[in-house]
Design a binder for this molecule. Structure first.
Ligand code: GDP
Length: 676
């Protein structure tokens, strides 16, 4: 397949907008599945896990291949819930373009805004699909305006919906000048505009041409000389989409199978192929290089997902450069492992199909790599590059997991280890006091889904302890000189080290060690040992939380030519950092979440007072008399059970999302802390 005929695309949406149904219909229309499963009764093909079926949400991204008009589409499913935003991030990294699905009734919702912004950050060209045109209250124009007003997009509607709500049954295509209609089974018919329709839609088409001319010089020139052909218009719209100067807006109903063909055509016409990706950068020892999708150059690929599969581990790789063949050897720069490409597989809806090779631009599964993790690069051994790692949010919430007995504990931990490898936004540590495993994640739902999965997959019996919040601590003033001398002379070889350090607060979250030793009073090896001790001390500060934002300068020291050792300097560094931190008035920081709530206006007052009870600080309140949006910042420690209480406050009608806003000095003393 020619690389220009490849479309690696994602479907992004607010939960419930219809992403799963749409993915399903795309696979049906492209002939990949023969029976349409309904999300209603939990049979959607793209949802792999039972749990997802039950919850009706799509958690894990699956990459599935389909064909449309001589083009190969690889559909990368992305989750709607922000708690799984790592899944969104990783798919945005590897896909080239995306379809953003909006509900024609609910319009732009908070999570669609978040995901939209993420897509912008990764420079992903987008097409908007206004779904659920069949529902009562559907309003295409309103969503189009929201795209402009709320998301700052330049929406270009290429269709006019015919009929609305239950009567929605067709689309006028303003580009091709055709009319589409669908019967009850979703079978389309299409015809050219009649003379009457030419007159009727002339103004709408003119507006479309003007809109494109405004963002594309070639179309502008043709427009001025009155020579805009359909082909030229499509090319202009493609350029504008790729440059993110326009977003094509389409309409339809996935559920009733209308408008899917137009969307697929638009994917082919307007969304980028891997050849259009010019922003992929690789780091090498000789500096950064641009990774062009050339088949004949050294291999560079990104592992963006690893899953357990019936034939062993399956690593999904997006190949950015080169050719990967079975039998090849590639390097994982993170681990230094040389990996053999045993089996290559392409994932279809119900099967995996072996292939002998994969090329730049392809997404391919590699079977059998045990230690490859999400975010790893694979590279040619003779030309090592490392691709940008995924932008992974720090886990902020943790649950202590208490297994019923030793056997249950082993089952549980083995399953959790596996899940942590697949999802880098999960982390497993252990509680220093009880020794219980502690699972960190990005929020309640994330932890809930993960532990449920462990229960279901392994049958392990365990309970969940009090939720714990990831506190940190940070120095607030300079410590002044701290002189730490370790001198033990108890017969035989002694232990001698002296270090003088200063600790200063930083504006960022880094720990920086600066060697300011002059005249070699402390040797290189001992300086390294001191740094090790300093860093070790700061993993667990005076309040027993990890320390962030400190510069430690080693300004002086002393060595004994017999009694000094690396060990002694490490110990001295450790002790010096501990006392410097105490003198630098280290304070506890807590995670503050930005919470966005959408609710019918009737509940705005209750939502706000509930937020205030949780020490929330109001950031924004919009209320148009029918629906309201409230944004507030609150300490994570005060947000336990928030979704449940929101549901009861609003009789289930409000929805919320939360993301980490930042760390701030603690307002209320912690009930339970977490010792990392
Ligand atoms: P997701 O959460 O975005 O994956 O959304 P789903 O595909 O699970 O759809 C959510 C609900 O909306 C399900 O009950 C679907 O049957 C329903 N739905 C999806 N598309 C449409 C549509 O075009 N019209 C109507 N009326 N309902 C739809």
């Amino acid at each position: 397949m020619n690389t220009t005929s490849i479309r690696n695309l994602g479907i992004i949406a607010h939960i419930d907008a219809g992403k799963t149904t749409l993915s399903e219909r795309i696979l049906w229309k492209t002939g990949e599945v023969h029976k349409v499963g309904e999300v209603h009764n939990g049979a959607a093909t793209m949802d792999h896990m039972d749990q997802e079926r039950e919850r009706g949400i799509t958690i894990a991204s699956a990459a599935t291949q389909a064909q449309w008009h001589d083009h190969r589409l690889t559909l990368i499913d992305t989750p709607g819930h922000i708690d799984f935003s790592i899944e969104v991030e990783r798919s945005l990294r590897v896909l080239d373009g995306a379809v953003a699905v909006f509900c024609a009734v609910a319009g732009v919702q908070p999570q669609s805004e978040t995901v939209w912004r993420q897509a912008k950050r990764y420079n992903v060209p987008l097409i908007a699909f206004v779904n659920k045109m069949d529902r009562t209250g559907a309003n295409f124009e309103r969503v189009r305006h929201q795209l402009r007003d709320m998301l700052g997009a330049n929406p270009v509607a290429t269709v006019v919906p015919l009929g609305s709500e239950a009567q929605f049954d067709g689309l006028v295509d303003l580009v091709e000048q055709t009319v589409w209609a669908w019967d009850e089974k979703g079978t389309p018919t299409t015809r050219d505009w009649s003379a009457e329709e030419h007159l009727h839609y002339a103004a709408a088409r003119e507006t479309l041409v003007e809109q494109i001319a405004e963002v594309d010089d070639v179309v502008m020139e043709a427009y001025l000389s009155q020579t805009v052909s359909t082909q030229l218009l499509k090319e202009g719209l493609r350029r504008a989409t790729l440059a993110q100067r326009a977003v094509v807006v389409l309409a339809g109903t996935a559920f009733k199978n209308k408008g899917i063909e137009n969307l697929l055509n638009a994917v082919v016409d307007y969304l980028p192929s891997p050849m259009d990706r010019t922003n992929v950068i690789g780091h090498t020892d000789a500096g950064d290089e641009q990774i062009a999708p050339n088949r004949n150059e050294p291999v560079a690929g990104l592992v963006f997902k690893t899953v357990e599969h019936q034939h062993g581990n399956l690593a999904f790789v997006r190949l950015y450069r080169g050719t990967l063949k079975t039998g090849d050897k590639v390097l994982n720069p993170r681990t230094g492992d040389v990996l053999r490409v045993g089996r290559l597989a392409v994932v279809k809806v119900d099967s995996t199909e072996d292939v002998a090779q994969a090329f730049a631009g392809d997404i391919v599964g590699v079977v059998g790599w045990k230690n490859a993790r999400t975010g790893d690069t694979i590279a040619d051994e003779r030309h090592v590059v490392e691709l940008e790692r995924l932008n992974i949010a720090e886990p902020v919430l943790a649950w202590r997991l208490v297994a019923k007995n030793g056997a249950e504990m082993s089952k549980m931990v083995a399953a959790l280890d596996k899940l942590c490898r697949d999802d880098p936004s999960l982390r497993l540590t252990s509680d220093t006091e009880s020794g219980d495993p502690v699972l960190w994640g990005m929020g309640e739902l994330h932890l809930d889904v993960t532990t449920e999965r462990v229960r279901r997959d392994t049958g392990a019996v365990f309970s969940v302890g009090e939720p714990m919040v990831a506190y940190r601590e940070r120095p607030t003033v300079a410590s002044g000189l701290v002189d730490e001398k370790l001198a033990k002379q108890t017969g035989g070889k002694g232990q001698y080290a002296r270090v003088v350090v200063v600790m200063e607060p930083r504006n960022d979250d880094q720990i920086v060690f600066v060697d300011e030793i002059v005249g070699g009073v402390v040797g290189k090896e001992f300086i390294q040992a001191t740094e090790k001790g300093v860093r070790e001390a700061l993993t667990n500060g005076v309040h027993e939380y990890p320390v962030v934002g400190a510069t430690v300068r080693l300004v002086d020291g002393d060595t004994h030519n017999v009694d000094s050792s690396a060990q002694a300097f490490q110990r001295a560094g450790f002790l010096a950092a501990k006392s410097a931190l105490a003198r630098a008035q280290s304070v506890v920081l807590e995670p503050i979440m930005a919470v966005t709530v959408d609710t019918p206006s009737a509940y705005v007052g209750d939502v706000v007072s509930d937020a205030q009870r949780r020490s929330g600080v109001l950031v924004n309140l919009d209320d148009n008399g029918s629906v309201g949006q409230i944004v507030f910042n609150a300490p994570l420690a005060q947000l336990g059970g928030y979704t449940t209480s929101l549901r009861s406050v609003s009789q289930g009608r409000a929805s919320s999302s939360m993301v980490l806003h930042g760390y701030e000095p603690q307002r209320v003393a912690p009930k339970t802390g977490l010792r990392a």
